[in-house]
Each structure stands twice: as structure tokens, then as C-alpha cells.
Ligand binder design. Sequence first.
Ligand SMILES: C[S@@+](CC[C@H](N)C(=O)[O-])C[C@H]1O[C@@H](n2cnc3c(N)ncnc32)[C@H](O)[C@@H]1O
Length: 254
Amino acid sequence: MGEIEEKLVKSLTGETTELIPHLPYLLQDLWELGSDPKEIIGLIRKNIQKVEDLKILDLACGKGAVSVKLAKELGCHVNGIDIIPEFISYARQKAFEFGVPDLCSFRAEDINISAARERGYDIVIMGAEGEVLGSQEEAIQKLKNTIKSGGFIIIDDAYGREGVSGNYLSREQWLKLFENEGIQLIEEKLVKEDELSDTNDKNNKFIINRANELKNKYPDKTAMFDSYVNSQLAECYELENDIICVTWLLKKNS
Ligand SMILES: C[S@@+](CC[C@H](N)C(=O)[O-])C[C@H]1O[C@@H](n2cnc3c(N)ncnc32)[C@H](O)[C@@H]1O
């Protein structure tokens, strides 16, 4: 469980697994935790036919913002999986609120287990989840197994800006990876930078307020909450300056 927890906390920009029990509280004011549902809906509408018949797997679905909006807008079936039970309860509540409980099913589980079991989807989504499924190459191989031949993969991730050295693959490295794995790039959407910084500013205000409440409640953990806020701000700086956030629609050839 150690490695899974380490990656979980990293996927939400935390630094210590001690933070895990506090994540639902810190993130209670946010619904979207990474990917932009409207970009994903736009990509599917534009490139895929008979959207209402689609069966979609949303891995590490967070609080279900993408899953619920896909079901609502496209009328398709979505199966969302995330490891944080409170996020899954929230996603179920949202599916009711949006009138799509019959189109959505949600489950609390480690997606490494789900990816080894789930099969036969038209589309699988991996939205802003870092290295939860392993390296980028391992992740793509696991995603490919969950979809039919001719099915689609949607990846929301980022690549390094030219000339900036960092931990991110370059765009060329991503494209080479897709080619090596036999998947075809259908469309690429870059995140609009002004929208990104507006969203980050808004979200960071909420997170800072909640972190301050937790600091009052657990004064002995002040350093941990401060460090979380700082790493959240540093990640936003990186997203806005060093890397380019992107959503890719990819097709499995066979
Ligand atoms: C940055 S959020 C992205 C959420 C969602 N895909 C979105 O774009 O809104 C990363 C998510 O990965 C989930 N996660 C991390 N490790 C996981 C694991 N092993 N299994 C399932 N979910 C995991 C976290 O709980 C969190 O909801």
C-alpha cells in the first residue's frame, strides 16, 4: 500500500501520506480536480459518432466532474473509479443532482486493480493523474487493454516547453511513445493559459482557506498544511510557466 499512497498524495500535489485523511476537507469546495470536462466533451463530439452508445471508463475520476458531465451532455454510459471514497460519494451525489444516476456508475478502488480487470470500453480517460499507473509507457499499455480495438484513449497531461528542462516528457517524446504503442493521435487540445491561471487562482483561494481552518484545528500540523499550500502554488507556477497542458484524443489501431 505504501507506493500507492505515495502516488495518491503526489497526484494531488501533497508531499506526505499523512495528508491523505485531510484531502477531502481541503478540496471540498472544488468539483473539477484536473481535466476540463468541456474540452473532453468537445473532442468526443467532434471525432466520434453515435455518442449516446459509448461506454466510457474514467480512471482516477476524482469527484466525477468529467464522468457526470459526459453522461449529461452525451447520454453515454460512464464508469468512474477513484481511490478516495469521499470523492466517489460526492460523484454519486452529483450524478443524482444532474439527473444521470442511471448512466453513471462509480466505485472506490485502486485503478491499477481496475485497469487489470475492466475490458471492452469504447473510450478510456486518464485525466491528470500523474504516475498512478506507472511510467507513461506502462500507463498507455494498461489503458490500451481496457478498450476495444479501434477504441479511443483520452489523456490529459502536459509536456515540457522547449528549452525548459524538467521532469516532463517533451511533445516529441510523447508522440514517439504513441507511435511505438501503435496509437494514432487524432486531435490535440492545448489548455488556454488565461483560463488556466484564472482557475488556479480561484481554486488556490479555496484551498488556502481550508488549510487555514485545519491549521487552527490541528496546530501541531501547521507545517504540513503550509507545505501542502506551497507545493500547490509551486505546481500551479509550473503549469503556467514551464509546461504546456494538453488533452490528447488517441485511437488504438488494432
Ligand atoms: C488531479 S486528480 C484528477 C481527477 C480527475 N481525473 C480530474 O481530472 O478531475 C487525481 C486523482 O487521482 C486519484 N488517484 C490517485 N491514486 C489513485 C489510485 N491508485 N487509484 C485510483 N485513483 C487514484 C486521486 O484520488 C485524485 O482524485
